[in-house]
Design a protein around this ligand. Structure first.
Ligand SMILES: Cc1cc2nc3c(=O)[nH]c(=O)nc-3n(C[C@H](O)[C@H](O)[C@H](O)COP(=O)(O)OP(=O)(O)OC[C@H]3O[C@@H](n4cnc5c(N)ncnc54)[C@H](O)[C@@H]3O)c2cc1C
Length: 264
């Protein structure tokens, strides 16, 4: 059971940020799906529901996704089905079930930096920027690798619009389980970006593998080589879902498949 002394529903981000800096166990609550899993007590919970952060909108150069947007809204968005080769809807369509996707938020996923996340892998491959209220914009792959610092609020995700091909691959023991490994590949005019998540650590770019692809036509042999390089450069851990050796083997295959998919 979760217990809370003060449940704050601020009317501005400034007020929300000030509340978050309070003494004791203070946190932002998104959908609350993960926050309430363990039994714990909060001195203050900061609810962002009044801040109008539930949006998916476009500017001429970007798509912006507000922190309070649910995964179900991503999945059913016409804009996101059209943009980025539909990679974001594809990446979240396996997350538990529709009821859960109607609850969980983009801000909670990014703020929680969950290793098992499917969405984070797609956002890293797309080169997304996290917009934090106090700190401003940070590339999402950098944000995921940093130790948690000053408490801040994820306000929105900003994605650069451009023509691209995207693929999302994952292996699960059962349909609604956490992915044992997930891989997102994005190919645009600058080359390929490969993100590997659920290692079980959070998504990371396979930079050496990306480098091997530069300036060369994408062939089956090159895709295989990139798969081997990605499996060699990244670190994998073991847990109940799979051993590190199994994850490494999956990485090789999923990267190769992802690259061939964006090559069509
Ligand atoms: C049983 C279960 C299975 C799941 N399986 C998967 C899966 O297979 N794949 C997958 O991708 N996801 C999965 N999810 C995760 C889910 O998609 C969300 O990432 C997760 O639930 C957090 O979202 P939330 O909105 O519920 O956040 P909350 O639980 O409310 O918060 C999570 C964390 O983020 C912080 N936070 C919330 N909002 C913000 C903000 N705006 N700024 C800064 N920090 C913030 C909170 O303080 C907390 O630390 C699963 C979740 C559950 C409960």
């Amino acid at each position: 059971m979760m217990t809370v002394d003060v449940y704050g529903r601020p009317d501005s981000l400034e007020e929300a940020f000030d509340l978050l800096q309070g003494e004791g166990n203070v946190a932002v609550i998104g959908g609350g799906a993960y926050l309430r899993l363990p039994q714990r007590h909060f001195d203050v919970l900061v609810d962002l529901s009044r801040l109008e952060l539930d949006y998916i909108r476009e500017t001429p150069e970007t798509v912006e996704i507000g922190a309070y947007t649910t995964l179900r809204s991503l999945e059913t968005s016409e804009l996101l089905t059209r943009e980025f080769d539909g990679l974001l809807p594809k990446s979240v369509s396996h997350v538990v079930g529709v009821q859960m996707r109607n609850i969980v938020t983009v801000g909670g996923t990014v703020g929680g930096r969950y290793g098992f996340s499917d969405l984070l892998t797609a956002l890293v491959a797309l080169g997304g920027m996290v917009h934090l209220y106090r700190r401003g914009e940070v590339p999402i792959d950098v944000y995921l690798e940093e130790p948690k610092g000053e408490k801040d609020i994820v306000e929105k995700i900003v994605l650069p619009k451009r023509p691209l091909q995207g693929s999302f691959g994952h292996v699960r023991l059962s349909e609604k389980d956490f992915a044992i490994l997930n891989v997102a590949v994005v190919r645009d005019e600058n080359g390929c970006r490969i993100a590997v998540g659920s290692r079980p650590a959070p998504a990371k770019l396979a930079r050496e593998a990306m480098e091997t692809l530069k300036g060369q036509p994408l062939t089956v042999e090159l895709a295989e080589q990139a798969g081997r390089t990605a499996a060699g450069e990244l670190r994998f851990g073991g847990n109940l879902s799979g051993s590190s050796a199994y994850r490494q083997a999956l990485c090789k295959t999923l990267v190769r498949r992802g690259l061939m998919e964006v090559n069509q």
